[in-house]
Write a protein that binds this ligand. Structure first.
Ligand code: NAD
Length: 487
């Protein structure tokens, strides 16, 4: 069987290489986190498949690079249109594959997927310009040249959304692409490959290799003929990829994990603070940016906790396809067990678990109750390690210095949320926080013009606007002398 019918659509389960479907020697089984139902036997890529895909991308590179930003942009606009025409299908198959809410896939995520492609097409055509500047009569001309084959490795928590953050700028910059989606969520990448073909993107420009990280992923990232590696995933995997990249000095962009603080100052609107805190359970807590450490000023801690408890109690857990569901399942049994392990160990250590604390026995399967641990032991793993599930920790502080010390007391630096009713006070805190993105009195507002990425162990490099092109392209300065011309 080379296709699987999901939501009435035939999804090809083979690799997409050089515009063709290519079977692998072996396959692996993909299931839905909603109910464990079977979603197909997907190609299990190996080193030979990775090599075939890189060679195809390399062969397609000169034509794509020489096409220029205008023509490339037009094809990418066509691709964005096709994504928009298929939002309902994409939303449904993504929900079946990764268990995130259908309503957010429909209204937020998939429209954003189209935007990821459209935005970077527009930038390549219209925005990527640096005014020439003079040095003693010499003119400096800065340009962004295509670099070669970009290998993109993506996680399962927002599969097509995170893939297109990379695919958009890589293709717009004139690179050709080999994508390896996460093994637990191959469906939308396969459907997307068909859309690239329909959009008229030449064969070999966009390729997909399915399979496991330690097999297909390792072979792709170690390949000597690639020009870039862009990876979103965990810190341990990033370290392995960094070693593979080092052998070929391949430039890397890493978007990694976090253990972000949500800081509630004593002057905060506590209703807003509680609403924002409860939002950290979004996507069943499987969001890299989540403010999982809630730090509250001691003078407002009780009132905040009460408001939080009321709002959290109203969350409905269930089938992510239901319109009124707020929290769906975790992605996979392996991940579910990892989350449960963190909570069980915290219980063994006597942690004060005031909400949730285990599987939702009414639902069974991979549904883990939204959980809150109050006053965890400082330095314990529940406050230092990324759990990537619906588990929040609440701690109190007594002054700004202590709040900053606690907020910054982590090896990560991806994001932070600050809630305050006083602009000056908020600014005093944000100036000293270490994070790639800080939201004040809001969460998850992300403009593609803005830089996105993590400090410390949360990443290397930034995405968005010119930052994306600075990574995927070879940035070049050409200096024209005023002398030597025959005119
Ligand atoms: P992961 O690191 O296990 O896997 C991510 C991808 O890497 C998958 O495609 C996997 O197959 C591949 N991979 C695994 N081993 C590999 C290897 N040796 N060589 C090459 N590729 C390999 O991460 P995950 O569990 O899929 O995702 C969760 C992690 O991703 C969390 O840490 C989360 O914070 C992070 N994340 C970060 C962002 C961000 O923008 N900063 C966004 C989403 C997720």
């Amino acid at each position: 069987m080379t296709t699987v019918n999901v939501f009435g659509v035939d999804i090809d389960t083979r690799h997409y290489i050089n515009g063709q479907r290519v079977a692998a020697k072996d396959t692996y089984k993909n299931t839905s986190p909603i109910d464990g139902s079977f979603l197909g036997e997907f190609a299990r890529g190996d080193a030979a498949d990775a090599d075939l895909a890189v060679k195809a991308a390399k062969a397609a590179f000169p034509e794509w690079a020489n096409m220029g930003p205008q023509k490339r942009g037009e094809l990418l606009f066509k691709l964005a249109d096709l994504i928009e025409e298929n939002i309902e299908v994409l939303a449904n198959i993504e929900t079946l594959d990764n268990g995130s809410l259908l309503r957010s896939h429909r209204r937020g995520v998939m429209p954003r997927v189209a935007m990821n492609i459209r935005f970077f097409a527009d930038w390549a055509i219209n925005q990527l310009h640096h005014e020439p500047f003079e040095t003693r009569g010499h003119t400096n001309n800065v340009s962004w040249d295509p670099s070669g084959v970009a290998v993109l490795i993506t996680p399962w928590n927002a599969p097509l959304m995170l893939a297109t953050w990379k695919i958009g700028p890589a293709l717009a910059a004139g690179d050709t692409v080999v994508l390896k989606p996460a093994e637990w969520t191959p469906l939308t990448a396969s459907f997307f490959a068909d859309l690239t073909k329909k959009a008229g993107i030449p064969d070999g420009v966009f390729n997909v290799v399915f399979g496991f990280g330690r097999e297909a992923g390792a072979a792709l990232t170690a390949h000597p003929e690639i020009s870039r590696i862009s990876f979103t995933g965990s810190v341990p995997t990033a370290k392995i990829i960094a070693h593979a990249a080092a052998d070929n000095l391949t430039p890397v962009s890493f978007e990694l994990g976090g253990k972000s603080p949500l800081v509630v100052l004593e002057d905060a609107d506590l209703d807003l603070a509680a609403t924002l805190a409860v939002e950290q359970y979004d996507n069943a807590g499987q969001v890299c940016l989540s403010g999982t450490r809630i730090l509250v000023h001691e003078s407002v801690a009780d009132e905040f906790a009460q408001k939080f408890a009321e709002k959290a109690a109203a969350l409905k857990q269930g089938d992510p396809r239901d319109e009124d569901t707020d929290i769906g399942p975790q992605i996979h049994q392996v991940h579910f067990d990892r989350i449960k392990g963190f909570v069980d160990r915290a219980k063994d250590e006597g942690a004060n678990i005031v909400m949730g604390g285990g599987p939702n026995s009414d639902l069974g399967g991979l549904y883990f109750k939204p959980t809150l641990v109050k006053d965890p032991t400082p330095g314990s793993e529940i406050v230092t390690q990324e759990i990537f599930g619906p588990v929040l920790a609440m701690q109190t502080f007594s002054n700004d210095e202590q709040a900053l010390e606690m907020a910054n007391g982590t090896e990560f630096g991806l994001a932070a949320v600050v809630v305050s009713g006083d602009r000056e006070h908020a600014k005093k805190i944000t100036d000293k926080l270490v994070a790639g993105t800080i939201w004040v009195n809001c969460f998850f507002v992300r403009d593609l013009r803005a830089p996105f990425g993590g400090s410390r162990k949360s990443g290397i490099g930034r995405d968005g606007g010119t930052w994306s092109f600075d990574f995927y392209a070879d940035v070049k300065n050409t200096v024209f002398s005023p002398n030597g011309w025959k005119e």
